[in-house]
Each structure stands twice: as structure tokens, then as C-alpha cells.
Design a protein around this ligand. Structure first.
Ligand SMILES: Nc1ncnc2c1ncn2[C@@H]1O[C@H](COP(=O)(O)OP(=O)(O)OP(=O)(O)O)[C@@H](O)[C@H]1O
Ligand SMILES: [Mg+2]
Length: 515
């Protein structure tokens, strides 16, 4: 008997239990519906049920109302009677109040443990998306990443990237010879975009300790899956940041997790709330990558569930891959609405009892048109399902309650304090300092040496801003290349950390990261 999670009751009298089969939960899903129709509660009951089955969950909490998952619901609330009635109607006799284990995360580090990644791990393609760069600017970012790689400069935080861009600017002439036109205008444009990102609070997202994916895939002592909640209320003011971060996470999961085929239950379920933000003004190249990752990540045991108002927010190729569907009510005021509704209805297997189109229009709050994958991953016939009530608290917890959860969390020691390792910024500064020092020495010799030959050589070594071609003059100086060797030592040390290793991958490897 395959393991399933209970969604609600269907059939004529809502008494026929509707399930999501865990074996097919990695075949992705869709939760859609107009405002106030029950999407968030559906997300909540799915997260609870996955957790109960030991499956870790990642979800973004856009309105802050999913934090209630960490607390059991209560018979003392105004909603209790309605919940009990609903449970009875769908013959959900096992209904009880309980919480699930939750870890709070926050890109800004306020409402949860900070979630960081490094610039190198984000890679030039996603960064270009994030910064909304033009093709020419993206080209320069690619060059910068490649240079960082060649020169062994770890790109951890925004400071590193900013320092690198300054350096690219200084070496524009020699780089243009190698890579084609590296224009000041383009570099300036990228720098300005970085400033905008910084003003949005994006600097906090880049750096170390970077998130370890295994920390999203934990179970508690009782074997329940951890529900990871990313505070996303502020992120909505910076939708690009939100979308890019989640894409990064998906691509990272894809690259890191081993192939598992169709496991008995997913390794992780990932809910993509406000999924329309991901695809709005997204270039086709990016949509194609998302489509590709969605298709391939299945075999890594990760189920991706898109949550959005209307199914047509999701590009058709991706929609076609979403096997498990919970469609709450859609409105149909205009001719255009009706057309959309008809199109949405056509993607389901008809139930002879009712026209799908009518059902999608008529379902009440907390009710949905559902279709789950059945045996051999065949889509089930559409049902009108009354969704089960949640066991955890409906609505947000208080700030004090959140604080208590954060303090008790075993992730706080690991992520709460940022670490600023030696990376591109420090290394380039050291390089410039060293060059300035050498130049000052050279100047002194040039002025004081009696031998005109020595004077000339020394003069050639005057500070030139730490430019790429500097090494020849250094050799002329006959000095051991101490800076270079010191640097390569430092690099070897850096490369032992995970981040250093990924510089290379950031450029060459991965679906998102290379082209
Ligand atoms: N499965 C359910 N069991 C009990 N009550 C429900 C259920 N689904 C929805 N409700 C009730 O309907 C209200 C609205 O649902 P919900 O917040 O999930 O809507 P939504 O689609 O997420 O809305 P929005 O688009 O505004 O975020 C809930 O606060 C709850 O009172
Ligand atoms: Mg909602």
C-alpha cells in the first residue's frame, strides 16, 4: 500500500477521502485560486502532512501567516467550531491539534536565521538576472567571474564583487585586448545596480557562513520533517531578490543532491508562493532553465509546488509538469476570465458528475477542484474536495513567540553571526597596498641610486595601480615573487573551504551557472 497524505473529502457528499500519494509527490504540484479562497491554508495542511511523514519542507511566508505552523491549533479559538464541523463533514475522525517542528529563516536576518549564499555560488547568470543586466553588462560580469577564478580571488560578499569590478575597470585596456570591449559605461552600470541591491538590503544575503543545504533537510528527534519557513514579507518589496534567491536554492539543490529516481517519499518539498513573481518579465532563457530544473529535479526527490492565483501565471511547459493539483475558486467576471477558466479546466481529466469549468467557478472557500497523480503516475479524475482543517494554529504567532523559537533553535549558533573571511576584497586591497609599497621603494631607489641602470629599472616599477601586466617589471626588479606566492598560498587555504571550490563551478558547472 503506497503511503499517502490526506487532503480532504470529495465525492457527492464530501465523504470520499482524497489523498496525495507520497511516491508521486516529487512529480510537483500546483495550488491556485483567487484571493481568499484557501490557498494558504492548503499550503499549511500540506506542510503539516509532509512533516508528519518525515518529509522536510521549505516554504516562503509571504504574508507572515504561516508562522502558526510552529504552534498547535486550539479549541479556544473562534474557528474551532467551523473546523470541527468541517472535519465531521469529510469524516476526518483523526483530526487533532498539533504543531510541527519549524525553523525560521530570513534573508535579512530579522525574523529568522540569516540565509546567505556567496556571490560565487550565485554565479554570473543568476546575478545578471538579479541585477537586470543587459547582455553587454552580463558579458562583463562573466569576464569578472572568470578573472576571479584565474586569479584565485574568492567572491564571497558584495564587497568582493565591487572590488573586483574596480579592478576590472583599472585593467580595462589589457582585458579588452583579451576579451573584447570592456567599457567603463557597462562597468559603471553594474556598479550602480549593485548599489541598488545593497540599498534593498541585498548585501546581507551574500557572505558567510553560507547556507548548507543539509540544514534544510533535517528531521526532529521524533522523525518529523523540519518545516523551513523563509520570512518573505519584506522580500516582496524586492521581488527580483526573492525570485533569484529561490531559483538559486532550486539550482543548488539540483546540483548537490544525488540521483534517487522515484523515492517512496520526497527528500524535500519546496513551495514556491507568489510564483507569478518568478515569471514576470523573465527572459525566455530563464524560463527555459526553470523548466529544465523542474523536469530534472524530480529524480533528485525534490517536489516543487507552485502557489499562485491563476494557473496561467505559470508558463505552459512548466504547468504541464505539475502532476498534483489543488485548484481553488477562480473568478469569471470578464470574457477574458472565462476564457482563462476554460483553458484551466481543459487541463484536467473530466469527472462525469460535473463540468470542471463550473466546479472551478463554484467551489467555496477552503474547497477545491483537485486532481492527484494515481497509480503509474496517471492524473486522477477531477474531484470537488473540501480541504481538511489545519492542525496547527491558523494565522501568525506573536513576535515574542517567534523570538523564543529562534533562541531555542540549534541553527542559531551556526548562522547568526556573519564571518568575513579573507576574500577578493581583502586580497585586492592587499595587492594594491603591496604594489604601492613596492612603488614607493622603487621611487626611493630611483632617486638615490648612483647607477643610472638601476635607476631606470626601478623607475619602471613605479606604482601603476596594480595592473595586470605588472609581473614583468617585477621580474626585471629581480625580486622573488613574494606577493604572488603568498597569494597562492592564501588561495589554497581559501579553496579548502566549500566556497573556494565553487568559484570554478560558478562559472562552468551547473544548469543555471554556465551557458
Ligand atoms: N481548509 C480550510 N479549513 C478551514 N478553514 C479554511 C480552510 N481554507 C480556508 N479556510 C478559511 O478561509 C480563510 C482564507 O483562506 P486563505 O488565507 O488560505 O486564503 P488565500 O487563498 O491564501 O488568500 P490570499 O490570496 O488573500 O492569501 C482562512 O483564514 C480560513 O478561515
Ligand atoms: Mg494566502
Amino acid at each position: 500500500m503506497p503511503k499517502e497524505i490526506f487532503i480532504g473529502g470529495g465525492g457527492e457528499d464530501y465523504a470520499a477521502p482524497q489523498h496525495l500519494t507520497l511516491k508521486y509527490a516529487n512529480r510537483h504540484g500546483l495550488v491556485a485560486g483567487a484571493t481568499g479562497t484557501g490557498k494558504t491554508v492548503t499550503l499549511q495542511i500540506l506542510a503539516e502532512s509532509f512533516s508528519n511523514e518525515g518529509v522536510p519542507v521549505f516554504l516562503a511566508d509571504v504574508k507572515g501567516d504561516l508562522s502558526g505552523l510552529v504552534k498547535a491549533g486550539s479549541a479556544e479559538t473562534a474557528l474551532h467550531d467551523a473546523f470541527i464541523k468541517r472535519a465531521q463533514k469529510i469524516q476526518f475522525t483523526a483530526f487533532s491539534y498539533h504543531n510541527v517542528p519549524v525553523t525560521f529563516w530570513d534573508l535579512f536576518g530579522d525574523q529568522g536565521h540569516p540565509v546567505r549564499t556567496t556571490v560565487a555560488e550565485m554565479g554570473p547568470l543568476l546575478l545578471s538576472q538579479l541585477l537586470e543586466l543587459s547582455e553587454a553588462q552580463e558579458g562583463i560580469l562573466n569576464i569578472a567571474f572568470r578573472l576571479a577564478d584565474e586569479q584565485g580571488l574568492p567572491l564571497l560578499d558584495l564587497k568582493d564583487l565591487q572590488a573586483l569590478l574596480v579592478w576590472v575597470g583599472e585593467n580595462r585596456d589589457s582585458l579588452s585586448l583579451r576579451y573584447g570591449n570592456v567599457s567603463t559605461a557597462s562597468i559603471g552600470a553594474i556598479q550602480r545596480r549593485l548599489l541598488v541591491l545593497e540599498n534593498q538590503g541585498g548585501a546581507k544575503m551574500f557572505g558567510e557562513p553560507a547556507l548548507e543545504l543539509s540544514d534544510l533537510m533535517r528531521q526532529d528527534a521524533a522523525g518529523r520533517g523540519m518545516v523551513n519557513i523563509l520570512a518573505a514579507d519584506k522580500l516582496m518589496a524586492a521581488p527580483k531578490l526573492y525570485a533569484t534567491f529561490l531559483l538559486w536554492l532550486l539550482s543548488e539543490l539540483f546540483e548537490t543532491l544525488p540521483e534517487v529516481g522515484d523515492p517512496e517519499k520526497p527528500k524535500l518539498v519546496f513551495f514556491f508562493d507568489e510564483a507569478h513573481l518568478l515569471f514576470e518579465d523573465a527572459p525566455k532563457a530563464l524560463v527555459d532553465k526553470v523548466e529544465q530544473v523542474a523536469r530534472l529535479i524530480r529524480s533528485k526527490g525534490v517536489g516543487v509546488y507552485f502557489v499562485t492565483q491563476s494557473p496561467d501565471d505559470i508558463p505552459e511547459d512548466i504547468l504541464g509538469q505539475l502532476g498534483n493539483r489543488i485548484q481553488h475558486a477562480l473568478r469569471a467576471f470578464t470574457a477574458r476570465d472565462r476564457k482563462k477558466l476554460k483553458l484551466a479546466a481543459e487541463t484536467y481529466r473530466e469527472n462525469p458528475r460535473f463540468p470542471t469549468e463550473d466546479a472551478i467557478r463554484e467551489v467555496g472557500v477552503g474547497e477545491a477542484v483537485t486532481s492527484m497523480l494515481q497509480k503509474k503516475a496517471v492524473p486522477g479524475i477531477v474531484e470537488r474536495t473540501l480541504i481538511r482543517p489545519p492542525s496547527s494554529q491558523l494565522g501568525p504567532i506573536t513576535a515574542a513567540e517567534r523570538k523564543a523559537v529562534l533562541q531555542a533553535s540549534d541553527m542559531s549558533g551556526k548562522y547568526d553571526t556573519p564571518v568575513d573571511r579573507k576574500s577578493a576584497f581583502e586580497m585586492l586591497r592587499a595587492r594594491a597596498d603591496q604594489a604601492a609599497k613596492e612603488a614607493a621603494e622603487a621611487e626611493e631607489i630611483a632617486e638615490t641610486a648612483p647607477d643610472p641602470m638601476v635607476r631606470e629599472f626601478s623607475a619602471a616599477r613605479r606604482y601603476n595601480g596594480g595592473r595586470v601586466g605588472r609581473s614583468t617589471s617585477r621580474k626585471l626588479g629581480g625580486r622573488a615573487d613574494t606577493f604572488a606566492s603568498a597569494m597562492s598560498e592564501a588561495v589554497i587555504k581559501e579553496l579548502k573551504g566549500t566556497t573556494g571550490r565553487r568559484i570554478v563551478r560558478g562559472i562552468l558547472g551547473g544548469l543555471f551557472k554556465g551557458r
